[in-house]
Design a protein around this ligand. Sequence first.
Ligand code: AMP
Length: 418
Amino acid sequence: MAKTMAVNAGSSSLKFQLLEMPQEQVIAQGVIERIGMNDAIVTIKYNAKSGIVSELEQGDDKEHTSLSKNGSELKYENVLPIGDHEQAINYMLQKLTDLNIISEFKEITGVGHRVVAGGEWFNHSVVVTDSVLEKIDRLADYAPLHNPANAMGIRAFQRLLPNALSVAVFDTSFHQTMPKSNYLYPLPYQYYTRYGARKYGAHGTSHRYVSLRASELLGKPLASLKLITLHLGAGASITAVQNGKSLDTSMGFSPLAGVAMATRTGDVDPSLVYYIQERENLSNEEMLNILNKKSGLLGVSTISSDMRDLLEVEETNDHAKLAIDIFINRIVKYVGQYVAEMNGVDALVFTAGIGENSAPIRQRIIDKLSYFGVKLDPVANNKRGDEIEISTKDSNVKALLIPTNEELMIARDVEELK
Ligand code: AMP
C-alpha cells in the first residue's frame, strides 16, 4: 500500500512520520539523533498492528538495541555510529523493513520535507526539482542553520528512494499572503529590493493546520472567519488569519522576532542590542547567540527555558514569575494588535507544547482578553483531551485548543501534488 513520509531534517537529527494516505493513518514515527557521532540514537515508535514484535529476541546488537511495549505502541531503540544523513535514512528505512512496517522501500511513494525558509519564491508546497533545490540552497542566507540541513535531507531521500515523489513544504509559505504594509519594515526601501529584507514569519504549516481544524470545529468556512492562532511552544508565534489567509504574524525576517520564547528574546529595540554588544565586547555571532539561545524564559528566569519548571517554582521565585508575566504580557499585546488589525476576532486557537498542555497559561492569557468578549470555561480548560472548545457557550469569541499536526499537513500536501 502507498505510504507517505513527512520529514524534518536538522543538522544532526532527522524526525519522521510514516502515514498511510489518503487514510491519514500514522503507521510509525521516530527520530535519529546525533547524526555524525559514534553514539547516534535511532528511535522508532509504531503500532503493534503495523509491525512485528519478534525483533525483541533478535536485536542486531543486544547491548544497544531495545524494543519495548507500551499498550499497543512498540518502541525500537538503538545506539550506533552513524556518519551522515544518508546513512541515517538508509538505516531507518532498513529497520522499517526489518520490523515489517513496510515490506519494501518502494512502498513509500511520497516524501514531504519541512523546509524552514521559502523566501518570496514559494507561496505553497512544491514538487522538488533541481531548480527548487537550488533555490532552497540559495535561501540558506535566511535560515543558515536550517535550510542546508533540510536540503541535505531532501538529497539523501532522493538518492535512497529515487521513485518517491519529493515535496518541499515551507514554514514561511502560509505567510506569503500578508499585505506589503504588514510584511515590510519601515527601513530604507532599497534593503527590501536588494536583500529581501522583510517579514517572512514561520510555523506556517502549524498555523495553516490549526486554522483549518478550527473552521471544521466551528462549522464555518475559513473564508468567513477571523482567527488568531497562538503557536506557543519552545518557539512561539501568533498569527492573524483572516479568510483562511495569514494577514500578519509575530515572527519576522527570522524566528527571533515577536513574543518572548523559551530562549529567544522576541522583539527588542535594535539599538539596545548594539549598546550591550559594545559594552560586553561581543562579536555579532555571540550577540545573536545570546538573543536566540540565552534569552526569553531562560534569560529572565535565570533557571530554565521550560515553562513547566517555571510554573512549578513561580510562587517562591520572583525571576520565574517575572519570566512568565513577560511571556503572557507579550502574547496579550500581540493578540490585541491582531484584533485591531482584523477589526474583531471569531476565535483564538491555542496550540504547541505550552498552548496544548498548560491550562494555567491559557487561563492567564484569556483572562486578560475578556474586554473583547472571550470567556473561559475553566472546567473545559482543565480537561485533558484532543481538540476542545475551552470558552463558555455564551462566549462571544470562541477559544479552542487544537493540537498541531504539521506532519499530517505535510503528508496532505504530498498527496495533493501526486
Ligand atoms: P514544543 O516546542 O511545541 O514542543 O513545546 C515545548 C515546550 O512546551 C516545552 O519547552 C515546555 O516549556 C512546554 N510544555 C510542555 N508541556 C507543558 C506543560 N504541561 N505545562 C507547561 N508547559 C509545557
